[in-house]
Design a protein around this ligand. Sequence first.
Ligand code: KDG
Ligand code: MG
Length: 403
Amino acid sequence: MKITDAKVIVCSPGRNFVTLKIVTDEGIHGLGDATLNGRELAVASYLTDHLIPLLIGRDADRIEDTWQYLYKGAYWRRGPVTMSAISAVDTALWDIKAKSLGVPLYQLLGGASRDSVLVYGHASGATIEDTVAAVADYLKLGYKAIRAQSGIPGLASTYGVGRGKMYYEPAEEGGAPVENLWSTEKYLNFAPQLFARLRKEFGEDIHLLHDAHHRLTPIEAARLGKNLEPFHLFWLEDPVAGELQEGFHLIRQHTTTPLAVGEVFDTIYDCQQLIQNQWIDYIRTTVVHAGGITHLRKIANLAEIYHVRTGCHGATDLSPVCMAAALHFDLSVHNFGIQEYMRHSDQTDQVFPHSYTFAEGFMHPGDAPGLGVDINEALAAKYPYRRAYLPINRKLDGTMHSW
Ligand code: KDG
Ligand code: MG
């Protein structure tokens, strides 16, 4: 089966998405998500100007070989732009192969290891009581696992606090990134109060998660992990920036709070030390940013040996194409832990009709052949790209800090 055509579709149904569509001589098409939040057009150009010319005429069935051809063939390895582009090609080729065999993708990945996939939603509020109300709303929807974030007294804005209750969308349209202000001291004093209140209200059984969004030093993260131990979080996410993998060693020596990281990682090399030293409990790399299904399986296989489980990133900037791919991966991989699920807007869901479903806190990718997701190109064309940036973050004295 030969690739005869490929194109990049950039659209903005509520937010920006970059989608690769590959077509074969058998009339089968496959989709891959290539969205890199705030840097979308760089990946679109990488695909259109550099990869698509190499894809035309290639054998669509040679997925591993195509991955290696694009990765090794670039000479310039790794990096989010390159890896998001390779991910999109890889995902589209898995979609095509599964469609050509008439099976849902998870059947090609070893079949289902579980009946359905545990997901977590995002509850947030400007105050602790608002967050309590948001968690209650998620429980009513059937969620068994909920990430909780709250505004911090004395800070005008905080990571993870949404404008609406169901949709948290940090990217803002405009000429420059929005600027947030940050105080580690205020945050460290406040965060345990939030979880004490949530446990008091909702008891011990629900899974609670929290994202520190790369803002702490290792010793600060160790203090937070220790102070959160009585509230037994499912995980503390991104306690420190992930570039320095051994930073996690110090945190690990001080706390039994489980640790998760990986949403900004793009290859197995970003995770290698973390996994092999068992400094983390969950690896959060995603299909769209970490090399597609092909590479994500290698990361999961390495993690399995070291008792590390998966917890794929699944924010709204990962399109329904990525969400579908993630669910096939989650259903099949043995050492699955949890999947993040931020609901997309109705506009997004209309542009990307899909077969995956949510019920009682669990999801299933559906049994349509391939990924089970498509793109309505005519509708997508009605939502042109709109430049948007993720915020930046400064300390109270004006110093740039991690967002
Ligand atoms: O594009 C960045 C967002 O996806 C990220 O900030 C969301 O941290 C996030 C999460 O855990 O969903
Ligand atoms: Mg995160």
